[in-house]
Design a protein around this ligand. Structure first.
Ligand code: AP5
Ligand code: MG
Length: 214
């Protein structure tokens, strides 16, 4: 049976980390709207240049851009066995558009995995996050044997901090999450598709918890 998951939750809660594991567990693609935007920034496309300013300010990229991007991605044949959507939807407008896209694609069955971790822990996680600019692998200074500027254990590229992980930007991303994104979970609660996960356990514990709930 197809596995279709929407990973929902605040910045830094562990969506990307779990999405990568679940994509391996189930052999389905990980679709991260943040990763798609960062790839556009690196490639220097018009979308990338526009998105960079918004992302560095901790704001949301306009709905019409994000909705078109996700519509195109989900229409690809590689998603027919399922997918893990990470970072979309983030507004009620996006959630409603996704319902329309699912209808077009005749998708009925899906789950929303709603991660919960308090803001204090999120600030700590993002303060310690490093990413591989080449493969997008995610690390943490507290429990992975890595250093800023040091080599990615997987490919050797120099690890970097994301530009939007600066403290002022993290605070704004959290504010936007609480004001605009968090209320979207109600839209899905009414459809009875929400699984809430305590994101405070270790990476392995959270992964096991999600797979058990499925
Ligand atoms: P996006 O890239 O989606 O960022 P985000 O939602 O803010 O989430 P993050 O990627 O920061 O965190 P995460 O939950 O993936 O955590 P991670 O696994 O890395 O979006 C970036 C920007 O793009 C947005 O601000 C916006 O501007 C724009 N954008 C994207 N989508 C959009 C949309 N739909 N609409 C409009 N704009 C959009 O983990 C974080 C750290 O914690 C890591 O160091 C990790 O190692 C560690 N960690 C993970 N799990 C655990 C654990 N269980 N215990 C301890 N540490 C852990
Ligand atoms: Mg992420």
């Amino acid at each position: 049976m197809e596995t279709r998951l929407i990973l929902f939750g605040p910045p830094g809660v562990g969506k990307g980390t779990q999405a990568k594991l679940l994509a391996e567990n189930f052999g389905i693609p990980h679709i991260s709207t943040g990763d798609i935007l960062r790839a556009a920034v690196t490639a220097g496309t018009v979308l990338g240049m526009k998105a960079k300013v918004i992302m560095d300010a901790g704001k949301l990229v306009p709905d019409d851009i994000m909705i078109n991007l996700v519509r195109e991605t989900l229409a690809s044949p590689r998603t027919t066995k399922g997918f893990i959507l990470d970072g979309f939807p983030r507004t009620l407008e996006q959630a409603k558009a996704l319902s329309a896209i699912f209808k077009e694609l005749k998708i009925v069955r899906f789950h929303v995995v709603n991660f919960e971790v308090d803001d204090e822990e999120i600030i700590r996680r993002l303060d310690n996050r490093l990413i591989c600019p080449k493969e997008g692998k995610i690390y943490n200074l507290e429990f992975d044997a890595v250093n800023k500027g040091g080599p990615c254990p997987s490919c050797g590229a120099a690890l970097i901090q994301r530009d939007d992980d600066r403290p002022a930007t993290v605070r704004e991303r959290l504010r936007v999450y609480h004001a605009t994104t968090k209320p979207v979970v109600e839209f899905y609660r009414q459809q009875g598709v929400v699984m809430t996960i305590d994101g405070t356990g270790t990476v392995d514990v959270v992964n096991r918890e999600i797979r058990m709930m499925l």
